[in-house]
Design a protein around this ligand. Sequence first.
Ligand SMILES: CSC[C@@H](O)[C@@H](O)C(=O)COP(=O)(O)O
Length: 364
Amino acid sequence: MRIDGKPYRTIWLAEDGWSVEIIDQTRLPHDFATTRLTTLDEAAHAIAAMLVRGAPLIGATAAYGMALALRQDPDGIDRAYDTLLATRPTAINLRWALDRMRRRLSSLPTGERAEAAYIEAAAVCDEDVGINEAIGSHGAALIRRIAEAKPGQPVNILTHCNAGWLATVDWGTALAPIYKAFEDGIDLHVWVDETRPRNQGASLTAWELNSHGVPHTIIVDNVGGHLMQHGQVDLCITGTDRTTARGDVCNKIGTYLKALAAFDNGIPFYVALPSPTIDWTIADGVREIPIEQREGAEVSALTGRTADGRIETVTVIPDGSPVANYAFDVTPARLVTGLITERGVCAATSEGLLGLFQEKRAAE
Ligand SMILES: CSC[C@@H](O)[C@@H](O)C(=O)COP(=O)(O)O
């Protein structure tokens, strides 16, 4: 992704060769600011406080967090593993990245661990970029087919939360097909769900699409069904934080309701799925995926920029009203038209996933 003409990933090794730079996503869309991670605790804080977020980027940050930890204490694999794993419960990429790092590092002599950890973390990042670009190509082919069926009119795509460049190391998952199709000259337009309570759609997806020049419109979370009933959505594409072995998909809260509305209106509902986001150990997403509950202040307050440029937070609920803040929900596989993976599009079924990733399942 290019910001002000300069190519950026969302996480990279700093010029000193050991600290790690990230974009502080809590400051977007108002400021594009980077910040430096130098310790395990800083990496854990960046994930928990959502300076970085999105399943693939959480995994990549955890991998670098392990490298930062081992630089300080080469015997600290288990402490780093436990500290990082405790940051967020739902995105399986976190555990996937930590398991991969621990497998690679624990048999090495302590003196070799830190260097090997940096190499492995860089490999996690590079692989993420390749996976997402491939998802982009497979998904763009779907968009192209729809475009051919409605010449002279834009393809209207609805997306939820931010499964874009900012949620990954580069490209995004749900937004990768959109970027690829846009670069191929396909006429398209994106409906961006605002995605309360943290507004990742309004703040992050809209910022990304805007920076890239992709036509889009921000809508509040409950508009999607109405648009679908009136023929204004051709397809939905969302991301996923964990997909079960039978194709149930867990993503940002509200995704399930969009999938239900799409099903009722006969609109294709695709989920962009990098293979590290598959949890082969579980089948029933509703019963088995832990759903993160975050602090009530995310619901009770809104933060924004005032006309004179100050960032302010205001309360929008009555004093004393209790709040519940479920951050994710599960969309059952039967509501998912297809999974767009780095190896192609498959059915959201165990057969579909095994058809593409048999050997990965066997290796888990
Ligand atoms: C490619 S990212 C897929 C998901 O991680 C994304 O859709 C999402 O729900 C992110 O949630 P967040 O709470 O912002 O980390």
